[in-house]
Design a protein. Structure first.
Length: 261
């Protein structure tokens, strides 16, 4: 196996990242610094180190992706671009998205080829928490917040939602949000209506129903105009990732999910 492929599959970094690490002399094979990414190694016999730490190859990969709005969470789509358009071909082989985000929703999306990792995060019985930042037309008073947190009906033939958590709720008018967050990027409004109520905050849920955050807020009289997923379980979006960028998860991040099996 090529050295750069080995390191990428071991989640040291993307193929591009590990090639740079190799050029910088950070990788050794059998205690010898190697600067050729294409070197063929025996992954079963050779000892590979990165920054003098032994690299174990499992064949499994894990990526954190900062999803931009406007892309479908799917491998292919007949009419729209998809999140896989951002992945290098060598990094996308065999991986799949862990859960999904709506086309117009931004933020944390995970990819892997490890079924156990996916199950630990997405299995309904696990009740993994997912935290979202939202901006919505409307307002939330104490009564509505209590309703959202205790459970709210979002469909005639569905159970009420499980307990949720709202925090950092801020209720102002559209004009205020347009000045502070340039909300007109997501939803434009005539200046004569700048006094319309707008609310922002963080909503944490432990379910994964379709359009759940939007439907919960709609049931409370609010219309979501911006939504971003911030975290899944113990994994938080790396804010240094620009929109459309991805990176391999660290060993600690991977273990934080797998040890909960």
């Amino acid at each position: 196996m090529r050295l750069d492929k080995f390191l990428a599959e071991a989640s040291v970094g993307t193929r591009k990242d590990v090639r740079n690490y190799i050029k910088e002399g950070k990788v050794k094979v059998n205690d010898e610094v190697i600067i050729k990414a294409y070197l063929e190694i025996d992954e079963n016999k050779d000892v590979i180190t990165y920054l003098d730490d032994v690299v174990m190859h499992s064949g499994r990969v894990y990526y954190m992706f900062n999803k931009p709005a406007g892309y479908i969470t799917a491998r292919k789509d007949e009419f729209s671009k998809t999140v896989f358009d951002f992945f290098h071909e060598e990094n996308s082989e065999g991986i799949f998205h862990v859960g999904r985000l709506d086309k117009d929703t931004e933020g944390l999306l995970l990819f892997t080829n490890d079924g156990d990792f996916n199950n630990n995060l997405m299995c309904p019985e696990k009740h993994v928490k997912k935290r979202y930042f939202f901006i919505a037309l409307g307002f939330l008073d104490e009564t509505k917040i209590n309703l959202l947190e205790s459970g709210i009906s979002i469909g005639e033939d569905e159970d009420i939602t499980k307990p949720a958590k709202l925090d950092n709720v801020e209720c102002k008018d559209y004009g205020y949000f347009n000045e502070t967050t340039n909300v007109s990027k997501f939803y434009s409004m005539e200046p004569s209506r700048y006094d319309a109520p707008v609310v922002s905050g963080y909503l944490t849920i432990s379910e994964g129903r379709k359009h759940q955050v939007k439907r919960m807020l709609k049931a409370a009289g609010c219309y979501v105009i911006y939504l971003k997923r911030i975290s899944i379980g113990d994994l938080s979006l790396d804010e240094t990732l620009e929109m459309g960028q991805y990176r391999a998860l660290t060993e600690n991040e991977i273990n934080s999910v797998l040890r909960k099996s």
